[in-house]
Design a protein. Structure first.
Lengths: 278, 353
């Protein structure tokens, strides 16, 4: 394996509350090459915060510390806000969760995609339009000209998420963080959207961090999996070896997954005492 | 298919025009009905309240014959519905009756008093918007900072200080002591009545007449009362802008914009500010309408011959025609501003189209 694209060591994210600082990410470490990494965990486990911390999008009074936070040899901790802006979108990008809330309601879809592109590249208008059309095509939107002129409330959830992917991939970043990209979508379009992400990431040789609470889905689309619980990584394994997972939390999650043709009366409940100790 | 395109698009344009005409017709009808409702309510309230307009004319020592004659002459002996019908017919032919206290027709009075208020309110709301909106945006984008605290205190002051007090202090300081601004009234006595009223707005009339001196003089008189009014709308508008902005800045699409690497200035103005233009228009429209109602306090302190003063005097003299006329003008202003806001909503928010 070549030098990692992203290395994270002892990453901590904390927020002040009236009862002192609360850590939501408690010292996690991982490395990422040009591969697909899945981060799984229940809600509140700190997986989304990890994604946002990499982009330095945690706003005051939130606090991010790490022993190492390097992307392609750049120490992200030392980057100014201005330097980070040159990295965001252009080199590391993030697909957000719900297109209903993550697209600007008063700008057309085309304007929003164009913004992602022209923020980083100075291009002629004609060229911008061509790039947008090509990009919308590659996320399998058949009539890009019409769709580009629509407002977010005029497109469906699946269409909105494809627009989001187009917007985040158009400046051709090297790393894509997908934060629960399909949680807000209908089951029937989830696979379609993930296939699009998977195709584009693989064909462009990008790195992918897929954040999800869906163990099945992550094991299908990723090479490697981190299982997070309560702000720490409890398990790290290759996607194919998930059945050999050793941590009781992962085992509990796996056991709770129903399979077709089974005849269990009750799905087991996680026994948190096994690892939390409280 | 270029052969079918021409008739097709012509058809589409015709349909679109028909739809647009229909929308305009609907607009006119709703405005008309709202206005008629307003007329009915003000008229009946005006007749029901225990004020005797006849007494206001003949005085309380008139004999019964004189009283009865005046009552008949004013048409008050007829049934209310008939009176209302006559009133409506008169209003739509541009006649609001005679004012008892000024002896002129109410229309003539209003065309003198309303422009004075309009001028002051317009400058006031301009000050409120041009300063209040940016201050609110700055406060929200630096929430918790010193600037934010200062803006919030200014807003609180604007909310809690009595207008007449601020006006008096302003006059004492900037007029009596420093001589920076003109005193009460719309012009110095020296200039009074020199410009023929065309619009009734002194700033416009003096410019039309080419009288730059009078224009400047009018400004020096206008600046203080308009600033006091402006300060109050500024305080309100800044507070509302700040809270709308805070709400938007925590939205996911603002994070999306940051993820794209968009500069913070663009994040704030394009992504957070643009969506709040619609609620802001409501706030601004209501503030403006409130100012156009005429602020009796400010108009009294500054001896401003505005509609607030006129209406109050009319009320105290039981001058019902003048009261009804002023109420109608104020109501019409509200209807008008509401309709303009509706149109702006549709322009600014794609979801409302």
């Amino acid at each position: 394996m070549t030098a990692p694209m992203l290395s994270v060591e002892n990453l901590r994210v904390s927020f002040p509350t009236h009862r002192g600082r609360v850590e939501v990410v408690k010292g996690i470490s991982f490395e990422l090459g040009r591969e697909r990494l899945g981060i799984v965990g229940e809600s509140g486990s700190g997986k989304s915060m990890t994604g946002r911390a990499i982009l330095k999008l945690i706003r005051k009074p939130g606090l991010v510390t790490a022993d190492r936070l390097e992307f392609d040899g750049i120490d992200l901790r030392a980057q100014s806000e201005k330097q980070m802006r040159a990295i965001r979108g252009a080199r590391i990008s993030m697909v957000m969760q719900d297109p209903k809330f993550s697209l600007n309601p008063v700008m057309t879809v085309g304007e929003q995609i164009a913004e992602a592109l022209v923020t980083h590249e100075k291009l002629a208008r004609r060229e911008v339009e061509e790039r947008i059309e090509a990009m919308l095509h590659s996320v399998r939107i058949d009539d890009p000209k019409r769709v580009a002129g629509l407002y977010p409330h005029e497109v469906s959830g699946g269409m909105g998420q494809r627009v989001m992917i187009a917007m985040m991939l158009i400046p051709e970043p090297e790393l894509l963080i997908a934060d629960e990209p399909t949680s807000a979508l209908d089951v029937s379009v989830q696979a379609q959207v993930l296939d699009i992400i998977d195709d584009l990431v693989t064909s462009k040789g990008m790195g992918l961090i897929l954040i999800s609470h869906d163990l099945n889905l992550v094991s299908r689309y990723c090479d490697r999996i981190l299982v997070m619980n309560a702000g720490t990584v409890v398990e790290e394994c290759a996607a194919g070896q998930l059945d050999q997972a050793s941590h009781p939390y992962t085992r509990g999650l796996l056991a709770a997954m129903p399979t077709i043709n089974e005849s269990r009366d009750e799905l087991p409940v996680l026994d948190r005492n096994q690892w939390a100790g409280t | 298919m270029p052969t079918t395109e021409t008739p097709d698009s012509a058809f589409v344009t015709r349909r679109r025009w028909r739809r647009r005409l229909g929308a305009i017709a609907g607009f006119v009808v709703t405005v008309f009905l709202t206005f008629l409702g307003l007329l009915a309510i003000t008229f009946f309230i005006g007749r029901v309240i225990p004020i005797d307009p006849v007494l206001a004319v003949v005085g309380d020592r008139a004999s019964n014959e004189v009283y009865a004659a005046a009552r008949t002459a004013m048409g008050l002996d007829q049934p209310l519905v008939v009176q209302f019908f006559h009133y409506v017919v008169n209003v739509f032919s541009g006649d609001l009756g005679q004012s008892v206290s000024t002896g002129r027709s109410v229309v003539e009075d209003l065309s003198r008093f309303f422009p004075a208020t309009l001028e002051m309110a317009t400058i006031g709301i301009l000050i409120g918007v041009l300063l209040g909106v940016p201050l609110g945006v700055i406060a929200a984008s630096r929430q918790g900072s010193l600037i934010d605290q200062i803006i919030r205190v200014v807003g609180l002051l604007g909310y809690s200080m009595p207008a007449f007090w601020l006006g008096l202090v302003g006059l004492a300081l900037f007029y009596a002591k420093l001589r920076w601004v003109g005193g009460p009234g719309r012009l110095d006595i020296f200039y009074d009545g020199l410009v023929a009223p065309a619009t009734g707005l002194l700033l416009v009339d003096s410019l039309l007449a080419g009288e730059i001196d009078i224009f400047w003089n009018a400004i020096t008189h206008l600046v203080l009362p308009a600033s006091v009014l402006g300060f109050f709308s500024l305080a309100y508008i800044a507070r509302m802008t700040r809270s709308f902005m805070l709400d938007q800045l925590s939205q996911e699409f603002v994070t999306t914009a940051r993820v794209k690497g968009v500069p913070e200035r663009v994040v704030i103005w394009r992504h957070a500010f643009n969506p709040i233009r619609v609620p802001l228009i409501t706030v601004i429209g209501l503030s403006y309408a409130g100012l156009l109602e005429g602020s009796v306090m400010i108009e009294t302190v500054f001896s401003w011959p505005g509609i607030g003063n006129y209406l109050t005097t009319a009320l105290l003299n039981a001058d019902m025609n003048a009261v009804l006329g002023s109420t109608l003008v104020i109501g019409a202003v509200f209807i008008f501003i509401n309709k303009i806001s509706d149109v702006l909503y549709r322009v600014l928010d794609p979801r409302a189209r």
